[in-house]
Write a protein that binds this ligand. Structure first.
Ligand code: NDP
Length: 251
């Protein structure tokens, strides 16, 4: 069953003293989430593959007076377990804990029937959308346990809840994302302060949406800012004890 908390109103200091990692923080929903978390007091770790974009978000946060963020360039397409381990060590040395982990980076892949889908593209989409989320979760879990109430948030999609023609690896990867979230949440239940949930952003005005729906007027699509209440709710302590749930950011 899906949950909706899109009318949540976050206190300004909701994320004060929290350290939150956002993957795919250079653009789209991730960029807005990073800026929003910082605006609510969080020290944000910006992870992504395009350094100039991460630097731009860093500057935006600094200009807005948010806590100084950290930048960690990583191409999740190329990343292997050693890279995730190295990253976790770096976070441990710098912060000693992780309060929030937003798995946001995503790859759309092809919009084509399964019969025509390129095997290589399939592997790329699964690597970025699923394997990387697994690798980061696995290596960062001890740091999430070090926090008082760690929160892992996965990013799903409508096509990851009900399969739809031509969405190929993307849809399958989002089903897998829900699966990873559920397995993790069940393992943590009763034995850990860490919680795991997923957000389906719904149609949101980003480059990915424009690529998937080229004929759509972007001005008619909900902005990333509009869907932030759900992201804030799940990162903040108001969602303590909420785990294993799938949230729709739009009603
Ligand atoms: P965008 O394409 O606008 O942004 C995706 C982000 O992920 C970018 O910052 C991109 O980096 C990063 N990324 C992609 N591949 C890699 C990689 N190999 N390594 C590191 N970072 C990478 O997408 P959205 O903001 O729209 O999507 C964010 C999430 O929301 C995704 O998981 C998507 O599936 C999901 N979603 C989006 C919807 C929408 O309508 N927008 C609807 C449902 C789900 P770079 O900028 O350098 O390319």
């Amino acid at each position: 069953m899906s949950e909706f908390i899109g009318d949540y109103q976050a206190p300004e200091d909701l994320l004060e003293d929290k350290v939150i990692l956002v993957t795919g923080a250079g653009d789209g929903i991730g960029r807005t989430a990073a800026r929003t978390f910082a605006a609510h007091g969080a020290t944000v770790i910006l992870l992504g593959r395009t350094t100039p974009k991460l630097e731009a978000v860093y500057d935006e946060i600094e200009r807005a007076g948010g806590p100084q963020p950290a930048i960690f360039p990583m191409d999740l397409q190329q990343a292997r377990i050693e890279n995730f381990e190295h990253f976790a060590e770096a976070v441990d040395q710098e912060f000693g804990r992780l309060d929030g982990l937003l798995h946001n980076a995503g790859l759309l892949g092809q919009r084509t029937p399964i019969a025509n889908y390129h095997f290589g593209t399939w592997e790329q989409v699964m690597q970025v959308n699923v394997n990387a989320a697994f690798g980061l979760t696995k290596t960062l879990l001890p740091l999430l346990e070090n926090a008082q109430s760690g929160s892992v948030v996965f990013t799903g999609s409508s096509v990851g809840l009900k399969g739809r023609a031509y969405w190929g690896a993307y849809a399958v990867s989002k089903f897998a994302t829900e699966g990873l979230m559920q397995v993790l949440a069940d393992e943590l239940d009763g034995v850990s302060n860490v919680r795991a949930n997923s957000i389906n952003p719904g149609a949101t005005r980003t480059n990915m949406r424009a690529t998937a729906y080229p004929a759509e007027d972007p001005q008619t699509v909900t902005t990333p800012e509009d869907i932030m209440p759900t992201y804030l709710y799940l990162m903040g302590d108001d969602s303590k004890g909420v785990s294993g749930k799938q949230f729709n950011a739009q009603g």
